[in-house]
Design a protein around this ligand. Structure first.
Ligand code: FAD
Ligand code: NAI
Length: 486
């Protein structure tokens, strides 16, 4: 193999593989180095997102939602289901099939775009004075080779944060990977951390019949979301989905025993509690992956939290070395990683032609967030509490799904859409949703905000009837107190 490249990318998650394809599209000779191995010990492209994150979790959410519908919601449509049961291994096999199709698909995309894929752990070597380009050593099970590249993009992602009091053993105490591979529904399941993973995976196993208890350290539920949305979601997830959520707890210790796992914790009223469950999932956040990257030796600066330090264009402290995705500041989201990958690829290509593509950057303030529970939660822009804290004068318009015809037909009437607009200019500052399929609806809000739309702009746009998107339209009308159907 010719080992001289224009760009070397370390990591083939949604940050790295997308950056690699975009670099190749722009005519750059590109290598993408990744060390992920699947359960069969085979290289598997796609990083966390495709192997043990976004894709498998949504596959299981869909299966569990179908089971729940068949068991509890079909009856009101007059559909009778007798002898309903769930074959968990078949559900997991379906999920594995989806993962295999997607991870294999990246290999094909690499071939089509002439990206060289190298399996192994990449480490950046220290560069000599006056030297151009970078050497990356790639170690695959002890066999080492080197590649050289003018530019490097680090996209090494993140791994689950370890909680000393609850060490993951892959059998009783699980991280996200283990939680996505259970072969039977646990009778009782506890989850430490009521964040995004806790709520999504908790919902999966709850809908399949487990008793699920979430133990959350923070006093408030989902503090990053708009307060009103968090309140509505809490109500729905506890009353409708049946999750038990304890906030403000302090985990003491966990013990694996013959019956499963026992968890000792102090509740929000400072009373000692213990909980015996069959399985425990630990989902207390993720940490940037810089181990074995040679960061320190190469002189790469990390910030105080261990993320690779970058500027707004993902440039690191080293010349021609960029970093993107979960390993740098900002939300740990697949689409954020991918868009940073595209922006960096375009900047590298522009720089090589002596230009600077200043348009190629990612606005973190316009990042859509989605939590795929039922109801789904989605938002973009500022929350109401953030606007208050910043002293920004705003107007709000809100519309409940209860008054939306399509939501009624679906039988999914929990939740609402809320639009926050600047009191003077009417420019949309934030859109917050909780309800059915808001993961799809949030895109319209992002487009509107990217185009600096006012709430009046959205109010004047025709929305198909009956559709869930009419709730966004009505919320926009509501900003000016002229919603029709409420
Ligand atoms: P990663 O996807 O983590 O990929 C990094 C890759 O680099 C990995 O393959 C890793 O093995 C490899 N690597 C690391 N170090 C080296 C090295 N030195 N040499 C070679 N290779 C290396 N986000 C969403 O937007 N939507 C969702 O629905 C969603 N659901 C999620 C569900 C779960 C259960 C989890 C855990 C995460 C979810 N996320 C979701 C988050 C999303 O998966 C991450 O934000 C995304 O994968 C980050 O992409 P990345 O490319 O930065 O890193
Ligand atoms: P998270 O940050 O969303 O939630 C972790 C939760 O654990 C927090 O609420 C935190 O307060 C709590 N916690 C921390 N230490 C604790 C302790 N000792 N005891 C009890 N609770 C404790 O992180 P999570 O859920 O692990 O997910 C990681 C990231 O993956 C997310 O932040 C998100 O960026 C990404 N992700 C995105 C998804 C999506 O976009 N739909 C789905 C799943 C994950």
């Amino acid at each position: 193999m010719d080992n001289l490249f224009d760009v070397a990318i370390i990591g083939a998650g949604p940050g790295g593989y997308v950056a690699a394809i975009r670099c190749a599209q722009l005519g750059l000779k590109t290598v993408c180095i990744d060390d992920w191995k699947n359960e069969q010990g085979k290289p598997s492209l796609g990083g966390t997102c495709l192997n043990v994150g976004c894709i498998p979790s949504k596959a299981l959410l869909e299966s569990s939602e179908n089971f729940e519908r068949a068991g509890h919601k079909f009856a009101e449509h007059g559909i009778k289901v007798e002898g309903l049961s769930i074959d968990v291994p078949a559900m997991i096999a379906r999920k594995d099939k989806i993962v295999k199709a997607f991870t294999g698909g990246i290999g094909m995309l690499f071939k089509k775009n002439k990206v060289t894929a190298l399996h192994g752990r990449g480490s950046l070597q220290k560069r000599g004075e006056g030297e151009d380009g970078w050497e990356i050593r790639v170690n695959a099970d002890g066999a080492e080779q080197s590649v050289h590249a003018r530019h490097v993009i680090i996209a090494t992602g993140s791994t689950p944060r370890v909680l000393k009091a609850a060490p993951v053993d892959g059998s009783n105490v699980l991280d996200n990977a283990g939680a996505l591979a259970l072969q039977q529904t646990p009778g009782k399941l506890a989850i430490i951390g009521a964040g995004v993973i806790g709520l999504e995976l908790g919902s999966v196993w709850r809908k399949l019949g487990a008793e699920v208890t979430l133990l959350e350290a923070q006093a408030d539920f989902l503090p990053a979301a708009d307060e009103q949305v968090a309140k509505e979601a809490y109500k729905a997830l506890t009353r409708e989905t049946g999750l038990v959520i304890h906030t403000g707890v302090e985990i003491g210790s966990t013990q694996v025993n013959a019956e499963g796992v026992s968890i000792g914790y102090v509740d929000r009223d400072k009373n000692a509690q213990s909980l015996q469950v069959d399985k425990l999932i630990v989902a207390v956040g993720r940490v940037p992956n810089t181990t074995g990257l040679g960061a320190e030796a190469a002189g790469l600066k990390l910030d105080e939290r261990g993320y690779i330090s970058v500027d707004e264009f993902c440039q690191t402290s080293l010349p021609d070395v960029y970093a993107i995705g979960d390993v740098v500041r900002g939300p740990m989201l697949a689409h954020k990683a991918s868009e940073e990958g595209v922006a960096v690829a375009e900047r590298i290509a522009a720089a090589r032609q002596g230009a600077l593509d200043s348009a190629a950057h990612v606005d973190l303030g316009m990042m859509p967030w989605v939590i795929y529970t039922a109801p789904e939660i989605a938002w973009v822009g500022k929350t109401e509490q953030a606007l208050k804290a910043e002293g920004v004068a705003y107007k709000a318009g809100q519309f409940p799904f209860m008054a939306n015809g399509r939501a009624r037909a679906l039988g999914e009437t929990t939740g609402f859409v809320k639009i926050l607009a600047d009191a003077e200019s009417d420019r949309i500052l934030g859109v917050h949703m909780v309800g059915p399929y808001v993961s799809e609806m949030i895109a319209e809000a992002v487009v509107a905000m990217e185009f600096s739309a006012s709430s009046e702009d959205l109010a004047r746009i025709v929305h198909a009837h009956p559709s869930l998107s009419e709730s966004l339209h009505e919320a926009a009308l509501g900003v000016d107190k002229r919603a029709i159907h409420i």
